[in-house]
Ligand binder design. Sequence first.
Ligand code: C2E
Ligand code: MG
Ligand code: MG
Length: 393
Amino acid sequence: MSTNTLLILDDDDQLASMIMEEAIQLDFEVKHCTDGRQFMDTFIAWKPSHVAIDLVMPSIDGIEILKMLARLDCRSSIILTSGIGSAMLPLAQITALEHELNICGILHQPFLPHLLQKLLANHPSVDLHAPHSEHAASTLTIDQASLEQAIAQQQLKVFYQPQIELFTGEVMGFEALLRWQHPQYGIQLPEAFIHVAEQTGQIEALTECVIVAGIQFIQSINNTLTLSVNISAKSLHNDRLIVMLEQACQRFAFDPSRMILELTETATMLDTRQAEQILGHLRELGFKLSIDDFGTGYSSMAQLANLPFTELKIDKSFVMTMENSSKSRKVIASTLKLAESLGLETIAEGVENSLAAIGLRELGCRYGQGYFFARPMDETASRVWLMHWNNQR
Ligand code: C2E
Ligand code: MG
Ligand code: MG
């Protein structure tokens, strides 16, 4: 009996049979469903090693299906199929990542049989009883060469998440968050590749991609919104960052005071005299400076007062727990007082519901960012979101 089993959810019979044929050749036992309910029932009863889900079906919400699979602690290798350029794809991949589903690849339509064979062959049937982490490892190798290719082939995409004035509901600006849209392995989140880029010295090239794309995006919307960009502490060891930022602003006639450079409070960053000088220089040029993930790092009162920061960003770990933890609420309240006494703007990340938004506002936090308002979105989705948001208000 075959140990490789594939369950297909696709309302297109012709496509499903093409997938079936390829899988059978690879000794897969295959079942095909055309509706969501039947698919879930079969999944529960059969526990297939692989599933292939068409994301774009008129009557079935592919994202909901992924969430249901996650609730069932699905260990199967998942292949997503979708039309080229499908708007659903980024959201589906992020949903899968957040729920620790094992996406083994993306199959674009019209699909290439050899790619499907590769996906099925590279991911032999998983031990459905093994602990979750054992099979979840991605087979994408992230190193200097693959990052080089990602840059050259423009696979690095900038997503944007809005930052909202909590008192007025106005959009202040967007934070640029980097994603690697790998043609085969799908979206890779920054935690998978930023540290590699820092080690290989490619982080500056990545930052430049973000800055150039981000400025053009913000400029194309209007001329008041701000752009927040994450800067690696590794970039504070020489002047290259300053030169690049100055050139980018000049090239696109972008006022540096509309750019907020977010730095996490790491010991290395705050300790060096050189980093201090670079931050001072950037501030003189007009750039704003934010301490990201505040509360999780090492900054002391003295460092905070001495460094030229303009904004303090409260870490999401406090914000996401403020509803149930009086300790988190106390940390937030005292952080806000500290920011006020130092004359810093305040923003909270990880605002996931209205209670958090209201609670933060009551504590005097000026800006908020989080899933409650919007998830990080690609450029097109960000424009649509902004239009709806402004129309609603
Ligand atoms: P960060 O700068 O603190 O960004 C906030 C992270 O929280 C983002 O994760 C965002 O997607 C996530 N987030 C936003 N709202 C919510 C929410 O309501 N709930 C929860 N649970 N999470 C929320 P992401 O995009 O995976 O980025 C992770 C980190 O990677 C960033 O943390 C930042 O430190 C780094 N990063 C991202 N883009 C870049 C970049 O271009 N350059 C550098 N050097 N680092 C980057
Ligand atoms: Mg940030
Ligand atoms: Mg943060």
